[in-house]
Design a protein around this ligand. Structure first.
Ligand SMILES: NC(=O)C1=CN([C@@H]2O[C@H](COP(=O)(O)OP(=O)(O)OC[C@H]3O[C@@H](n4cnc5c(N)ncnc54)[C@H](OP(=O)(O)O)[C@@H]3O)[C@@H](O)[C@H]2O)C=CC1
Ligand SMILES: O=C(CO)COP(=O)(O)O
Length: 322
């Protein structure tokens, strides 16, 4: 298996580092030729500044070098994946394409693997997701993720090839459940950050995580996910990590919303677009997802955190299991 990674941001680079340290040769593609020159000469990348790039990583800016690989990990922001795979559908034909982004595409309202399947029907789509901060993976801290693929033979091969001594992969055939867990937890993480930033406290955050998880399960079930997948690393596991750590950009963005502070618009915050996508999906299916709905409105600037709290806490009382 010849592994290429599209995107030398934090996650793409972290995966390249752990794979190279485990003895794999990895082609790491970035669109910025000047940045690639720096990566080649200094063996460093801007988004993981404390990490040395092992020799096994070959940073490239030529797409032909990436397309020479048979297995390509797509580590671009979720809203960039559709354009990338559509623009390069011919070159990607027949390859194994592993989506690494956590978000629902706003254009199609589908997950990353559906985008791949539509743009490149001859490719085998797979998904790598779960609780992990790029810096932790790159530093060799122990991490467990989910590798999801409906082609079980390909899933097993990927699980073996992409596991390293510090990165343990669990296999799943439920791609829809795994990608919804990873995408939806980012929306709840924004809500939790806003809750803490606005000073509503840890008890309120625990309520948001729990009721937010109920929303994740409700939407995922409606879209065909297996319920147990949401209980795993890609759902519950990533929800816990992202809603409780200031290393998360989604959580930090929520903190800024809660405090009424500005946030760097160049930072990748997947939950912002996905909150809008979730609102559209819920409306189309008649689902009640109140935390996701108020989060989308906070992100759009239509609600303050106090108004969001008011909208949530004053809803009609109901049974917990509803
Ligand atoms: N960081 C983390 O801890 C983790 C991230 N993920 C997921 O991985 C995905 C990527 O995140 P992450 O690596 O952190 O993001 P970063 O913001 O660190 O990096 C994004 C990378 O994508 C490139 N890029 C952006 N748009 C395009 C485009 N249109 N065409 C080509 N390249 C593009 C950027 O290039 P440029 O520098 O030129 O802008 C950059 O190299 C997200 O969905 C995230 O949720 C998953 C697990 C952990
Ligand atoms: O997905 C992640 C952790 O699993 C990274 O979270 P952020 O994108 O919020 O930084």
């Amino acid at each position: 298996m010849r592994i290429g990674i599209a995107g030398s941001g934090a996650f793409g680079t972290a995966l390249a580092v752990t794979l190279a340290q485990a003895g794999q040769q990895v082609t790491l593609w970035a669109r910025d030729a000047a940045a690639v020159e720096t990566m080649r000469s200094e063996r460093r990348v801007a988004r993981l500044p404390d990490i040395d790039l092992p020799e096994g990583i070959d940073p490239v800016s030529e797409l032909s070098a990436l397309f020479a690989c048979d297995t390509i990990l797509l580590a671009l922001p979720a809203q960039a994946t559709r354009v990338f795979v559509t623009d390069h559908a011919g070159a990607l034909a027949g390859k194994v394409l592993v989506a690494c982004a956590k978000g629902i595409d706003l254009h199609s309202l589908t997950g990353q693997t559906a985008i791949i399947a539509e743009a490149v029907p001859s490719a085998t789509p797979a998904l790598l997701t779960g609780p992990s901060f790029a810096a932790d993976i790159a530093r060799g801290l122990p991490t467990a993720l989910t590798l999801a693929c409906t082609d079980t033979g390909c899933g097993a091969a990927l699980q073996k090839a992409l596991s390293t001594p510090t990165l343990r992969l669990y296999r799943s055939a439920d791609v829809i459940g795994a990608e919804l867990g990873g995408a939806l937890k980012n929306v709840i993480a924004i809500a939790c950050g806003a809750c803490i930033g606005a000073g509503f406290g840890d008890s309120a955050r625990a309520a948001l995580m729990t009721r937010g998880f109920a929303e994740m399960q409700r939407l995922a079930a409606a879209l065909g996910a297996a319920p147990e997948t949401l209980m795993g690393l890609s759902g519950f596991g990533d929800l816990v990590l992202t809603c409780s750590s200031e290393l998360s950009r989604n959580y930090r963005y929520g903190l800024a919303l809660g405090r009424g502070e500005a946030f760097d618009s160049h930072t990748t915050v997947e939950g912002a677009a996905t909150a809008r996508a979730v609102t559209d999906l819920a409306a189309a299916r008649g689902l009640d997802l109140p935390i996701s709905a108020v989060t989308a409105r906070m992100v759009a600037g239509d609600l303050t955190p106090l108004q969001a709290l008011d909208a949530l806490i004053n809803r009609p009382l109901k049974e917990e299991r509803e």
